[in-house]
Design a protein around this ligand. Structure first.
Ligand code: GLP
Length: 267
């Protein structure tokens, strides 16, 4: 799927590809995932993919599932790690990211269940830090992520790495951990949970360290609601106050896939 245009955002060093609509951007993300997976399997016998949830990647998973159904793609040699999970939550709760992934991808492709890793929203709180550390060790033991798919929150979060009052260096080193969700994140989650009181206010998230270490990073952002934060992340200061701006510190491994509405404030 060729991009409609390539944007050069001054000082960002980032590759920004803009597509006519969200479907075309999602198809381009699926193309990259399929290509990276095939290359990694060829090179070292397996591919390790970092996956995201939210409304934005739904079309990506639809596209990947369709390719598997058509026999054009296989997850036989793929291992996956999801970015985040609400805490606490049961995996069978329809609002869990584990059930989201089952609905959109895991239940529709030939991925081995024991290689589909999602942080466990049922671990006791006293064991959460060890569970999170173990998640990082598993990714490291798997040789790191070949590709991380990302979305962006309206506050610039990646995974559930929320805006923080930290130096960019300290933020970039954050491990996988239990976090409190930011007010904007909680407000946006009302869409899924139905009311502000029902939103689970904490989550387990993959850390910034692991995300930035991925050999390839695909940031997918679509829709007018993302235009302001996309512009801030690409044109504002690199700062923990806008988590996605840290992607500019590894710009040579990142591609931003946008639709026209999300690119509207980039000029
Ligand atoms: C969610 C997820 C993020 C996602 C973001 C954007 O809360 N934890 O990983 O990228 O918010 O979601 P959406 O694609 O629905 O806008």
């Amino acid at each position: 799927m060729p991009a409609e245009r390539t944007l050069h955002v001054a000082d960002s060093n980032s590759t920004v590809l803009v597509f006519a609509d969200a479907d075309a951007a999602a198809k381009a993300a699926a193309d990259r995932i399929a290509r990276v997976a095939a290359d990694a399997v060829k090179a070292r016998g397996k591919a390790v993919l970092g996956l995201a949830t939210g409304a934005t990647p739904e079309k990506v998973y639809e596209e990947l599932a369709a390719r598997v159904k058509a026999g054009a793609l296989s997850f036989r040699d793929v291992t996956t790690y999801n970015l985040d999970e609400y805490y606490p939550i049961q995996p069978l709760d329809p609002l869990s990211y584990r059930s989201y992934m089952h609905r959109h991808l895991f239940g529709r492709v030939d991925l081995a269940p024991n290689r589909a890793h999602v942080l466990d929203g049922t671990v006791p709180e006293s064991a959460a830090a060890e569970h999170a550390a173990q998640f990082d060790r598993w990714i490291d033991a798997d040789g790191g992520l070949d590709l991380q798919l990302l979305g962006i929150g309206r506050n610039g979060h990646i995974g559930f790495n929320e805006p923080a009052d930290l130096s960019a260096e300290a933020f970039a080193a954050l491990p996988t951990r239990l976090v409190d969700l930011h007010p904007i994140t909680r407000a946006d989650a009302v869409r899924e949970f139905g009311s502000p009181e029902a939103v689970i206010p904490r989550a387990l998230t993959m850390g910034v360290r692991q995300i930035l270490a991925a050999r390839s990073i695909v940031m997918l952002a679509t829709g007018a609601k993302k235009a302001a934060i996309v512009a801030e992340a690409l044109k504002g200061p690199v700062s923990a106050a806008v988590p996605a701006s840290l992607l500019r510190t590894v710009a040579d491994r990142v591609v931003w896939l946008l639709d026209e509405p999300a690119a509207a404030e980039l000029g």
